[in-house]
Design a protein around this ligand. Structure first.
Ligand code: PMP
Length: 375
């Protein structure tokens, strides 16, 4: 049975052409550390890592390569920012669709939060009323990892400026899927995974920081940076301030190849292709009796679609899809209990289908027939 991978929201597969080769080449022909030595192969390893920052600047229209910080993924990026900025007794504004990479740190940090609700027409409902004197941060997912709805960030960004509160955007489900422009988004931090829409390997990702936030934010971890090694203090210059320890160099070589592929292909053309597949999927699912397709409010939709089966347990449905048809999805709560609470799909959760740049129309049709057969 052919494998039909519809779990790209968890991590993308296949990765971009050239990604695995670049990693193999690094591990077999280079293998050096970066920022520590100046011999030829070390310099080459370093050049590729530096160039990856430049490629990401082009992808995100971000002006400062030194403020592209590499981390193991969005969870690490968000933890760096939330743990660095928030103090017990503080207050945050979030959306009703946050991942636990936001909600768990907020909970353990002892801060309170207000949820910015969306009206059925996709606009925020009076978000300005949520700002309080102790509001320290607004942190929001750009698109839900459960329902795929894109949040109207442009309605929040000016309020953050007006109230002098930093805005942190979780782009786990949008980076590489829709085109992102740092200047237009007008955020203070943009957290991105390397292993989802950017089509790179697991263990890669990062954050773009504004100069003001980079200055204010303390590092989450400290250690060797290969720079100012004679000092006991962590350097305060970028990117070293936030990149202690040996980075994931094979992963970054892979991410470099993936970013080159994305720039050559064009995120806009990937977005148009994924959007047409998603529409086909949603329209097809909507005609199948025995299921409901969940449509969450927002301004647009990425290729993530959640379904509730009326007569089947979600785990049973996902299991049958894979066992009988080779279709790989994800069921349950998707690490986002708040999103299910918002949409009334807790505690059973949903079955989530998520498309990628390599998904085909034939695969979508097979998935629709499979859902119809088991529903
Ligand atoms: N936020 C959202 C919206 C996500 O979908 C995910 C990944 N499921 C994360 C954060 C965590 O990202 P990472 O796996 O890169 O740590």
């Amino acid at each position: 049975m052919e494998r039909i991978y519809l779990d790209n929201a968890a991590t993308s597969f296949p990765k971009a052409p050239g990604t695995a080769d670049a990693m193999f080449r690094f591990l077999t022909e280079n293998g050096c550390n970066v920022n520590r030595s100046s011999y030829e192969t070390a310099a080459l390893a370093e050049d590729v890592v530096l160039d990856t920052r430049h490629l990401l600047c082009r992808l995100f229209h971000f002006p400062l390569p030194s403020h592209v910080i590499f981390t193991p993924g969005v969870t690490f990026s968000l933890n760096t920012i939330l743990r660095g900025l928030l103090r017990p007794g503080g207050h945050c504004i979030v959306s009703g669709f946050e991942h636990n990479a936001v909600m768990r740190p907020l909970t353990s940090l002892g801060v309170s939060w207000s949820v910015a609700k969306l009206n059925p027409d996709g606009h925020f409902d009076n978000p300005e009323s949520l700002f309080r004197p102790n509001t320290q941060l607004v942190v929001m997912t750009h698109a839900s990892n459960v329902f795929g709805n894109v949040l109207p960030i442009s309605e929040i960004a000016p309020l953050c400026r007006k109230n002098d509160v930093p805005l942190v955007l979780d782009c786990a489900q949008t980076a590489g899927h829709i085109s992102l422009d740092w200047k237009k988004l007008d955020v203070d931090a943009l957290c991105f995974p390397g292993h989802k829409g950017l089509l790179g390997p697991q263990g890669t990702g990062g954050m773009l920081l504004s100069p003001a936030l980079a200055k204010e934010l303390p590092p989450l971890i400290e250690g060797g940076t290969g720079s100012v090694s004679d000092r006991l203090e962590t350097p305060d210059f970028m990117p070293d301030k936030f990149e202690a320890g040996t980075p994931n160099i094979p992963g970054l070589w892979g991410l470099h190849a993936a970013a080159e592929f994305l720039l050559q292909t064009g995120v806009d053309s990937i977005a148009a292709y994924e959007s047409s597949l998603t529409q086909e999927l949603i329209e097809g699912l909507a005609e199948i009796p025995g299921i409901s397709v969940l449509k969450a409010p927002g301004m647009g939709q990425v290729g993530v679609v959640s379904v509730v089966f009326h007569r089947l347990d979600m785990a049973q449905a996902a299991w049958q899809l894979e066992q009988e048809f080779g279709i790989q999805t994800r069921c349950g709560i998707h690490c986002a209990p708040l999103a299910h609470q918002t949409m009334g799909t807790a505690p059973a959760g949903t079955v989530r289908f998520s498309v990628g740049y390599a998904t085909t129309r034939k695969e979508i049709n097979t998935a629709l027939l499979a859902v119809k057969a088991i529903a």
